[in-house]
Design a protein around this ligand. Structure first.
Ligand code: NAD
Length: 717
C-alpha cells in the first residue's frame, strides 16, 4: 500500500472528510512521507468544491502522536534541521490558508506536531475519551515546537496558558483544553463526529467564513499581563524554568526567547523564522540528543518482552494479582495494579495492616480526584478492585502473587512455600525483596521456575522502574509474564540478574558511601547535596537520599556489599558511628536532616557533626572533586556489573534503570551515556588521582582500564 492510503479524502457533499490512518504503523506520526502526502491533500482541498473540511484519525485512540522522532534522530546539521522545519511550517501555513473553514475532530493523543496541526485549523473539537491528550511536549526532548506551535499557541490561548504548556511540555485532557480555549468544544466520544459535521454545516450555512482565533484576556490584570506588562510574564517564566532546571535544560529558555520575539507579530513569515532559528539551535545541542536518546530507551521497553535469544516464551495475561504484605510497598503495589484495572487480593497477618493499606490506596485516589484526573465514580470502581484477607481465600484463582513482607530470608522462604501450596501449581510468585538473594529464596518454592523477583521502588505510585530479577531457575515464561505485568501497571521493567543490590542499588551504594567519606574529609552536608543537585542535576543529594532510604537500611546493605565485594567496598568511620546514633533518617524524623511534624525535610541537623566526632566543616574539596568521586564511583562499579557480571545485557538498560529508578539527570542521557561523553580515559585518570590519596575503593576497575586503553565506549553505536 502506498502513502496515498495514509491520508484520504472522503466526499461528503459540501464537506470534505480527511482521514489519517498511517499505513503500517500503530500511530499517525509526521515524518517526511506523511508531510509530503499532507501537502498533496491540502493542494487537492484548495482546488476542491468543499465548503468546509473536517480532519479526523482512524487510528484507535491516537489522533497524531507527533513528529517522527526516528527522523529527528537522524538529522545532525543545522541546515538539515532548517530545511525540515521550514517545510513543516510552510505546509501548516498552507493548511491555515485553505479557503474554506477547517475543523479538527480530535480523539486520542494529539501531541507536538499533532497539536500544531490542529492549531493551524480554524476550529477544534475534542472527545472526552481518557486517551485524548493535547499539548506540546517538545521541550522534554530538548527541542521547541517548530511547526508554528510557539507562534500559534500564545495567539490562541494567551501568553500565560501557552507558556505553561510549552515550558513544561504538558499535555492536557479535552475538558482542560476546552477551558483554556485550545479547543472549542469537549464532547462525548460517541457524538464527536456528529458534532463536527453539525459545526461544518452551520459554518457553511453562515457563509463558510474563515476564522483566526485570537485570545481575549478577561479582567484588567490579565489584559495588562498579555499587553504592557508582558515583560513580567516572561521574566517570571524564566525564573520558574531556572528554579526547576538549574539551567540544565536550554530548550524552555529558547522557547521563551522565541515567543518573546514573535508574540503579536503580524508578519507570519518573520515570526516563523524566529521560531525556526530557535528550534535549530535547541535541536543541535548535545542535551537534545541525550533527551531523544532517553525517549528511545522508553520506546525500546514498549517493544521488548523481557526474554531474548529467540525465546518463544509468551507472557500470561494477569487479570488478578495477589499481594503478600499490606505495608508501605504492598499498599503501593495494590494501588498501582488496581489503578490499571487489575483485581487485587491483599493478604497480611492482621486486619489492621490491611485497613492501613486500603486507606493509603484510597488517599492516593482521592488526590487524583482532587486533581480531576479521575472522578468519584472511578475512585469507587478502583477501590472495588482491591480486597483484603488474612488467610489464603481466593488465592487459587490468582495468576501472580507479589511478596512484600518483612525483609527476612527464613520468613520469606516459609511464607513463599505456604503460599505456593494454596495456589495453582503453575502460579507465579515474585518477591519484592531489595537486598536478599532471589536464588536462595527460590528454594522456598516447590517449582522455582515460577519464581522471580519484581523489585519496585518506593514510592511505588511515583517511581517508574521495576527490576525483574531472573533467578537461575526462573523460566522464560515467568520473566515474560512479570515483564508484561510491570508494563500493564504502567512501569518500565528492566530484566536483571540476581546478585547483591541487583543493578540500581548496587550502583547507588558506592555513591552514597562516597558521600560519607566527603563528610569525613570536612565537606558539609549542604554543600555536597547542593553540588550534586545544582551542578550535576541529580534530583536529590546523597545525604537526603540516605535519609529517604533509611540510615539503618544503608548501613545494613553496605555490610552485605562488603561481604560480597570485599575491599572494593569501604565504610567511612562516621557511617559506622551513625549505626549506633539512633538516627534512622526520614522515618524517625532524625537523620542528616531535620524533619517537621508532617515529615518534610527542613534543614541540616548541625548537631550531627559533633555527634559523629567530626569538626565543623571547612569544605576543603572542590565541587568538581565532590561530584566526580560519587559519579565516577558509580561508573566504576557499573563497568564491573555490566562487563564482568553481566547483571544486565546492554548499556541501554543501565541508563534506563538509572533514570527511572534514581532520577539520574535525563539531560545527561544516563550514567553510561555520560561516561561515554566524557570518555573512559578521563574517568580512569581521575579515579587514579582520587584513589592515590589512600582511597583504594576508587581504583579504576580492569574493564574500565581496558576501555580506556582501547578508546572504547559503553555504547557500541
Ligand atoms: P512494611 O514493614 O511496611 O510492610 C510489611 C508488611 O508485611 C506488614 O504489613 C506486615 O504486617 C506484613 N507481613 C509480615 N509477615 C507477613 C506474612 N507472613 N504474611 C503476610 N503479611 C506479612 O515493609 P515494606 O517497606 O513494605 O517492605 C516490604 C518488602 O519490600 C521488603 O522485602 C523490602 O525489602 C522490600 N522493599 C522495600 C522498599 C522500601 O523502600 N520500603 C523498597 C523496595 C523493596
Amino acid at each position: 500500500m502506498s502513502i496515498q492510503e495514509s491520508i484520504k479524502i472522503q466526499d461528503m457533499g459540501d464537506i470534505g472528510l480527511v482521514e489519517f490512518d498511517m499505513v503500517g504503523e500503530k500511530v499517525n506520526k509526521l515524518g517526511t512521507p506523511m508531510m509530503t502526502r499532507l501537502r498533496e491533500v491540502i493542494a487537492e482541498l484548495k482546488k476542491s468544491k468543499f465548503k468546509a473540511v473536517i480532519f479526523k484519525s482512524n487510528k484507535n485512540r491516537i489522533f497524531i502522536a507527533g513528529a517522527d522522532i526516528e527522523e529527528i534522530k537522524g538529522i545532525t546539521t543545522k541546515d538539515q534541521f532548517d530545511k525540515v522545519v521550514a517545510m513543516g511550517q510552510q505546509i501548516f501555513n498552507e493548511l491555515e490558508d485553505l479557503p474554506m473553514p477547517t475543523i479538527a475532530a480530535v480523539n486520542g493523543a494529539c501531541a507536538g506536531g499533532g497539536c500544531e496541526f490542529i492549531m493551524a485549523c480554524d476550529y477544534r473539537i475534542a472527545s472526552e475519551d481518557s486517551s485524548t491528550r493535547i499539548g506540546l511536549p517538545e521541550t522534554k526532548l530538548g527541542i521547541i515546537p517548530g511547526f508554528g506551535g510557539c507562534v500559534r499557541m500564545p495567539r490562541i490561548i494567551g501568553l500565560q496558558a501557552a507558556l505553561d504548556i510549552i515550558l513544561a511540555g504538558k499535555l492536557v485532557n479535552a475538558q482542560k483544553a476546552a477551558k483554556i480555549g485550545l479547543v472549542d468544544q469537549a464532547v462525548h466520544p460517541a457524538i464527536m463526529m456528529d458534532q463536527a459535521v453539525k459545526m461544518a454545516k452551520e459554518l457553511i450555512a453562515a457563509g463558510g467564513k474563515k476564522r483566526r482565533k485570537t485570545f481575549e484576556p478577561k479582567g484588567m490584570m490579565n489584559k495588562m499581563l498579555e499587553g504592557a506588562l508582558r515583560g513580567v510574564v516572561f521574566s517570571q517564566a524564566k525564573k520558574g524554568v531556572m528554579k526547576m532546571t538549574h539551567g540544565h535544560y536550554p530548550a524552555p529558555l529558547k522557547a521563551i526567547e522565541a515567543i518573546k520575539k514573535s508574540y503579536g507579530m503580524s508578519d507570519r513569515e518573520q515570526a516563523m523564522k524566529i521560531e525556526r532559528e530557535a528550534f535549530v539551535e535547541a535541536a543541535t545541542t548535545e542535551i537534545s540528543k541525550n533527551l531523544i536518546h532517553v525517549f528511545y530507551l522508553t520506546e525500546m521497553v514498549k517493544k521488548q518482552t523481557g526474554v531474548t535469544g529467540g525465546s518463544s516464551a509468551k507472557a500470561r495475561d494477569v487479570k488478578a494479582l495477589g499481594i503478600l504484605g499490606a505495608g508501605t510497598m504492598g499498599g503501593g503495589i495494590a494501588f498501582t495494579a488496581a489503578d490499571k484495572g487489575i483485581a487485587v487480593r491483599m493478604k497480611d497477618i492482621n486486619y489492621d495492616a490491611i485497613g492501613k493499606g486500603l486507606k493509603h490506596a484510597r488517599e492516593l485516589w482521592q488526590k487524583e480526584v482532587k486533581k480531576k484526573r479521575i472522578n468519584k465514580f472511578e475512585l469507587t470502581q478502583r477501590m472495588d478492585r482491591v480486597s483484603g484477607t488474612t488467610d489464603y481465600s481466593g488465592f487459587k484463582s490468582l495468576d501472580v502473587v507479589v511478596e512484600a513482607i518483612v525483609e527476612d530470608m527464613e520468613i520469606k522462604k516459609k511464607v513463599i512455600g505456604l503460599t505456593a501450596a494454596e495456589m495453582r501449581p503453575d502460579a507465579i510468585i515474585a518477591t519484592n525483596t531489595s537486598s536478599l538473594s532471589v536464588n536462595e529464596m527460590a528454594a522456598g518454592h516447590p517449582n522455582p521456575q515460577y519464581f522471580a523477583g519484581m523489585h519496585f521502588f518506593n514510592p511505588v505510585n511515583k517511581m517508574p522502574l521495576v527490576e525483574v530479577i531472573r533467578g537461575e531457575k526462573t523460566s522464560d515464561e515467568t520473566i515474560a509474564t512479570i515483564f508484561e505485568l510491570s508494563k500493564k501497571m504502567g512501569k518500565m521493567p528492566v530484566v536483571v540478574k540476581d546478585g547483591p543490590g541487583f543493578l540500581v542499588n548496587r550502583l547507588l551504594l558506592p555513591y552514597m558511601a562516597e558521600a560519607a567519606f566527603l563528610l569525613q574529609e570536612g565537606m558539609s552536608i549542604e554543600v555536597v547535596d547542593r553540588t550534586y543537585v545544582k551542578d550535576f542535576g541529580m534530583p536529590m543529594g546523597p545525604f537526603a537520599l540516605m535519609d529517604e532510604v533509611g540510615l539503618d537500611v544503608c548501613i545494613k546493605v553496605l555490610k552485605i556489599f562488603k561481604k560480597a565485594f570485599g575491599n572494593r567496598v569501604e565504610m567511612a568511620a562516621c557511617m559506622e558511628k551513625l549505626g549506633t546514633s539512633g538516627r534512622l533518617g526520614k522515618k524517625n524524623g532524625k537523620g542528616f536532616y531535620k524533619y517537621d511534624e508532617k515529615g518534610y525535610r527542613t534543614e541540616v541537623d548541625q548537631s550531627i557533626y559533633q555527634e559523629l566526632g567530626l569538626s565543623s566543616p571547612s569544605n576543603p574539596l572542590t565541587t568538581k572533586e565532590c561530584v566526580e568521586r560519587g559519579i565516577f564511583a558509580m561508573i566504576n562499579e557499573c563497568s564491573l556489573a555490566l562487563i564482568e557480571d553481566r547483571v544486565v545485557e546492554t548499556p541501554h538498560e543501565v541508563d534506563l534503570a538509572m533514570i527511572m529508578g534514581t532520577g539520574f539527570p535525563p539531560f545527561r542521557g544516563g550514567l553510561l551515556k555520560y561516561a561515554d561523553t566524557i570518555g573512559s580515559q578521563y574517568v580512569v585518570d581521575q579515579l587514579e588521582i582520587y584513589s592515590s590519596k589512600g582511597a583504594a575503593r576508587l581504583k579504576p576497575s580492569t574493564p574500565l582500564r581496558n576501555m580506556a586503553k582501547n578508546s572504547s565506549k559503553f555504547y557500541k553505536s
